[in-house]
Design a protein around this ligand. Structure first.
Ligand SMILES: CSC[C@H]1O[C@H](OP(=O)(O)O)[C@H](O)[C@@H]1O
Ligand SMILES: Nc1ncnc2[nH]cnc12
Length: 319
């Protein structure tokens, strides 16, 4: 039987793993929890990383079995909120549509353009009506922490970037890619919406760490990339247009950098971090009190409105 979630499993920080990031802890130093939510269950692994207790959730599942448009974003985000998470570090693979965001660069995303369709993207479609302020969708304080951590690591990164989120699972046409660039997007992805706004609706802050794996479809051809050429993907399409194989290969190569960046942010995140209360705490509480099918042994600790007091990695976490 899988372990019950106890107060000592509460975590104030979560890492959402994107493509290529399916594990964060040594297997014997973490516990996996199947968390029941009003939207279905979510699998969260809790362990220690960079001296912090961290809840880890690979958004595509551990074997990349869930397509971007089918991810149960509401279950994932509700599950993290139910653990007491206040800060989310999300990793993502992106294509660069602006030539100033070339493959190999990390981006601390600050804006998005939503081009998805049909994804459930709010918790407030029942109960009360709430209108989230989304002008600055990523948490400004967490973004500052991330920028300083990446500077300290000497990383190649962009401190800002606008991501356009497409519905997927297909990649963009050349015309779409050029259109996104003309519209002001720097990078393109399939998962950052609605994840970040759902987190904000439950008063959790998100910082996104995107890794540019490719130049999408519409830019000038890149330098020849002999490693990408296969019988199935002839030289010219392999060098200038994204493929899933290319994305996964570049992510494997970049894994040490991405993990070092996450660790740098984890270490730099102040214990006292308090997210913006974008939604009234009693409304968030009402969402978290919605009925779920609990596993035996799962007990939600009592909810308290968020305070600005220091938060510690302890069982008496403020939720
Ligand atoms: C594997 S290619 C496309 C896939 O990669 C990105 O995933 P994530 O955002 O979770 O890193 C992109 O959004 C697509 O889901
Ligand atoms: N070019 C691209 N488009 C959408 N999602 C991506 N993830 C990585 N590269 C991508």
């Amino acid at each position: 039987m899988e372990p019950a979630v106890t107060p000592s499993d509460l975590a104030q920080i979560a890492v959402i793993g994107g493509s290529g990031l399916y594990q964060l802890f040594a297997p014997d130093e973490s516990t996996v929890h199947e968390i029941a939510t009003p939207y279905g269950s979510a699998s969260v692994t809790i362990g220690q990383r960079a001296g912090r207790r961290v809840a880890f959730l690979p958004r595509h599942g551990t074997g990349h079995s869930v397509a971007p448009h089918l991810i149960n974003y509401r279950a994932n985000i509700w599950a993290l909120a139910s653990l007491g998470v206040k800060a989310i570090i999300s990793s993502a693979a992106v294509g660069g549509v602006n030539p100033e965001y070339p493959p190999g660069m990390l981006v601390v995303t600050d804006q998005f353009i939503d081009r998805t369709s049909g994804r459930p993207d709010t918790f407030y479609d029942r109960g009360s009506v709430q209108h989230l302020s989304a002008a600055d969708p990523f948490d400004p304080m967490l973004r500052r922490v991330a920028v300083e951590a990446l500077e300290a690591l000497g990383e190649l990164f962009a401190p800002t970037g606008t991501v356009v989120i497409i519905q997927g699972p297909r990649f963009s046409t050349r015309a779409e890619s050029l259109w996104f660039r003309a519209a002001g997007a720097d990078i393109v992805n399939m998962t950052q919406y609605p994840e970040v706004v759902l987190a904000s609706e439950l008063n959790m802050g998100t910082v996104n760490l995107s890794f540019v794996t490719d130049a999408d479809a519409g830019l000038s051809p890149l330098e020849p990339d002999p490693g990408a050429e296969t019988a199935a993907a002839p030289a010219d399409s392999a060098t200038d247009a994204v493929t899933a194989d290319l994305v996964f290969r570049r992510l494997r190569e970049a894994q040490p950098r991405i993990l070092a960046a996450i660790d740098g942010i984890l270490r730099a995140l102040p214990q006292s971090f308090a997210p913006r209360p974008l939604i009234a705490p009693e409304q968030v509480r009402a969402v978290l009190e919605r009925e779920v099918q609990h596993h035996p042994g799962f007990e939600l600790p009592p909810l308290n409105p968020p305070t600005s007091q220091a938060h510690g990695d302890t069982a008496s976490v403020q939720r």
